[in-house]
Design a protein around this ligand. Sequence first.
Ligand code: ADE
Length: 471
Amino acid sequence: MKFHVLTLFPDMVLGALSASVVGRAIEKGLIGVEAVDIRGFTLEKHGRVDDYPYGGGAGMLMQAQPVYDAYRHVCGDRKLRTVYLTPQGKPFSQKMAEEFSKEEELVLLCGHYEGIDERVLEEVVTDFVSIGDYVLTGGELAAMVMIDAISRLVPGVLNNEESAEAESFHNDLLEYPQYTRPYLWHGKAVPQVLLSGNHRDVAAWRLARSEERTRDARPDLFKRYCKKKQAIEDLSRRKREHIHIMEALKRGKAELLFQDGANIMVYHRECGVILMTAQDPASGEEMLEALRKDLSKGKVPFKAAWYVVSQDFLALRLQETFQARPCGTFLQACYTRREPLPVRHKDIRRLSGEGPLFLAKWEEAWKRDGIGPTDLSKAGALYGAYLDGHLAGLIGQGKDGGMGFLYVEEGSRRQGVASSLEAYLINRQLDWGWTPYCQVPAGNVPALALQEKLGLYLSGGMLQWLRGVDS
Ligand code: ADE
């Protein structure tokens, strides 16, 4: 990912970002930061870039011309996503950081004095962002805050590659208190439970402290957290049918769009999928009405929409009233135990370049069978099994959070490679505190048998995937 910072103080930006985690990421080439000196583009004598505001008022404004030329220098004829850092912008959030981290390049425009001539902002800015309700002397610190928060989401930037990926439900909660050695300091001992070695007790204690802190310091967050918690509880009565929605909420990847008891609709931000479940057709109708409103308000981008529904009547109504197209019926399988599984084949690694190539074979096979969804871009992370040094099979963790994309090349079948791959991914997800699950095409008997062999439980009902009109 590359950041282009348009600024009057390039040294300030480059200096601050050269240290610590971001500095190392720049050194490793995982991210790039270019600071472009706006002053270098002024046509005025003495390097002047500001002037008095028309209509009077305090202070000076940055002129349009140098800002525009600096922007053109970076973008040429391209239209890059361009953020203007301003207290008048939308509040910056983790969600925004996630969204921006998907861009390949980002332009950050830093203002000074009393701001920038509105006309150039109209021409180049796509997003107005504020880092908080206070006024800084310029946008540089705000740009650096954004760069820091976005960079840590870029794969490979954090030491533990997956630690950002593994962040969860606890996103909605403030951090619990932490302690390190010595055990006794200023007469204060570390809470006993943290020394117990009992992971379950430790996790429960931490969750309780997080909830307390959030309730006291951030009632707004706590309200949202409670709603999600309630939704998860309501869904847990039919866990196998609903594990995909429960996990999306727990892992902090989904917005609740509709909630009325166990009638629930969420929007999965990561993959643009709407997940729906309704107890009866009347509740389903209400849900669809809410969806219509969300779409018209732009809360859900219609273009990106796929739908995953747990009931036939929802699938039918989506086809009738949203022109959605059905593209597959699945059984859901979930692993509800906490014990890791044995993994026979040891050489399993996260894939990058070779994965998609290999997966193309997989996609061909799926297309031949006429079952979807077969969109490669849905594979979030891919893990490959190597036999004697060559890639024999792979499994993916979909962007929707489910395991999938399991594929073993023909010459390596019947040796337990598929079992090893799935067991490996299950163990990984258990480490992150997730409940592993996958969706298996209803007629795929060998895949269903594999789930049962590994100890996953199959849902009674079917899930249906449908494509939205424009997707
Ligand atoms: N520039 C000045 N104050 C700012 C703020 N709070 N957020 C973003 N940019 C700014």
